[in-house]
Design a protein around this ligand. Structure first.
Ligand code: ACO
Length: 372
């Protein structure tokens, strides 16, 4: 028997990608060569979505046409509205998105692989509609109109959720959050989507697998878990006291640590600045100061840094987004990265099927049922 394989495939290079790199030393993040700092400072989310789906930054005409196609693909088929209305208000919105994606794959299936870009644009455009349609129906019984006048996915989501256009600051914050969540190499949900794609299965099956993998608290679910943690504390001192107890009890603090990054998550610095601005504008200084103290304690006690999910939590709270929608927002963005990986996998496919080291019993004789 050889050495025990790395748990969780840590450090294993499981394939090639040209879509993003977390940098040779586990620092820095680029999407097709463009730094996350440049994209977050200058781009609209739609430019990043186009970059990932089509491999280059759009020209002005390409961007206008892309946004027009997305705007015209926001409707929900009536039979899918009926499905959404059957899903209970107590359901987790991630389950609603998983079911919504799967149902769309039945009602409007990908015809063949030549249809993959249409399927991806359709899903990207209508997932905010599905999510918020279900939310309003289940919380207030209202059947909202999902085709509102909105220039972008960020605007569309905020407008549907709040019933009015968002402020310029909130729109820009949402663009940045969507950009930061769009793509991240071979993370668990992307790898799950690629595995499904490698069997030559359909687009919606692969995305549904991605949503399922993202849901867990060790992955995308951490932004909600971080918010629940922060919400427990009235002030920074009580946060510090409780955090020390949690660490002494060997509890994991959600929104900290990362498999690949060892020094910092470059996305966190960007969202932290937005969190600070949004908290100030919303009069939520307590939220920011509690978050900041948790970060200080984690750095001091564990030498751990916040990942993207930690300051996303306070930023999303200031945008008046319900906590249970934090991970779904990750989905609305990551559809672009998952789709790009599905296309890349299909472009040079070989079935993903690793081997396992057998550690079970040696071969033994069959025993009839009365002799066991
Ligand atoms: N809080 C406290 N201790 C931690 C944390 C944490 N958040 N993360 C890791 N550790 C400790 C572990 O307890 C372990 O300690 P030990 O060696 O004494 O047992 C050690 O650090 C290594 O941790 P692993 O879980 O083995 O590291 P791994 O690389 O497998 O996991 C992960 C990475 C899952 C992100 C982990 O750091 C974690 O669970 N963080 C909290 C969840 C989270 O924030 N997930 C979001 C990821 S980013 C994203 O999806 C955008």
């Amino acid at each position: 028997m050889g050495n025990k394989p790395a748990g969780g495939l840590e450090g294993v290079i499981a394939g090639q990608t040209r879509l993003s790199t977390v940098g040779v030393d586990g620092v820095g993040l680029t999407y097709l060569g463009y730094s996350i700092e440049d994209l977050a400072a200058h781009a609209e989310f739609e430019e990043v979505a186009f970059l990932l789906l089509y491999g280059h930054l759009p020209t002005r005409d390409e961007l206008m046409q892309f946004k027009a196609r997305l705007a015209s693909a926001r409707s929900i088929p009536p039979s899918l509205k009926s499905v959404l209305e059957q899903l209970p208000g107590s359901a987790h919105p991630m389950d609603v998105l998983r079911t919504g994606c799967s149902a769309l794959g039945v009602l409007e299936p990908e015809v063949d692989f030549a249809d993959q870009h249409r399927a991806a644009e359709r899903l990207l455009a209508c997932m905010p509609s599905l999510l918020v349609y279900w939310y309003h129906f289940q919380t207030s019984g209202r059947r909202i109109e999902v085709e509102v006048d909105a220039d972008s996915i960020a605007d569309h989501f905020l407008h549907l959720l709040h019933g009015r256009p968002a402020s310029e600051q909130h729109r820009r914050a949402m663009h940045v959050a969507l950009i930061l969540y769009a793509e991240h190499e071979f993370n668990a949900s992307t790898f799950a989507a690629r595995i499904v794609a490698s069997t030559l299965s359909d687009y919606h099956s692969a995305i549904t697998a991605g949503i399922g993998a993202l849901r867990g608290p060790l992955h995308g679910g951490a932004n909600e878990a971080a918010m629940e943690l922060i919400d427990q504390f009235q002030d920074p001192d009580s946060a510090e006291g409780s955090l020390l107890e949690m660490l002494a009890g060997k509890q994991k603090i959600m929104g900290f640590g990362h498999r690949v990054y060892k020094q910092c998550d470059p996305r966190s610095d960007i969202i932290q600045k937005w969190s600070k601005q949004l908290c100030e504008a919303a009069g939520q200084q307590r939220l920011y100061s509690v978050s900041e103290r948790i970060e200080q304690v984690m750095r001091r006690e564990k030498r751990m840094f916040p990942n993207l999910d930690f300051y996303s939590a306070s930023a999303f709270r200031c945008l008046d987004i319900p906590t249970a929608m934090f991970t779904p927002l990750f989905v609305l963005s990551r559809i672009t990265g998952w789709s790009a990986h599905i296309f890349e996998q299909r472009g040079d496919n070989r079935l993903i099927r690793p081997a396992a080291e057998y550690i079970g019993p040696a071969a033994r004789p069959w025993l009839p049922v009365d002799e066991r």
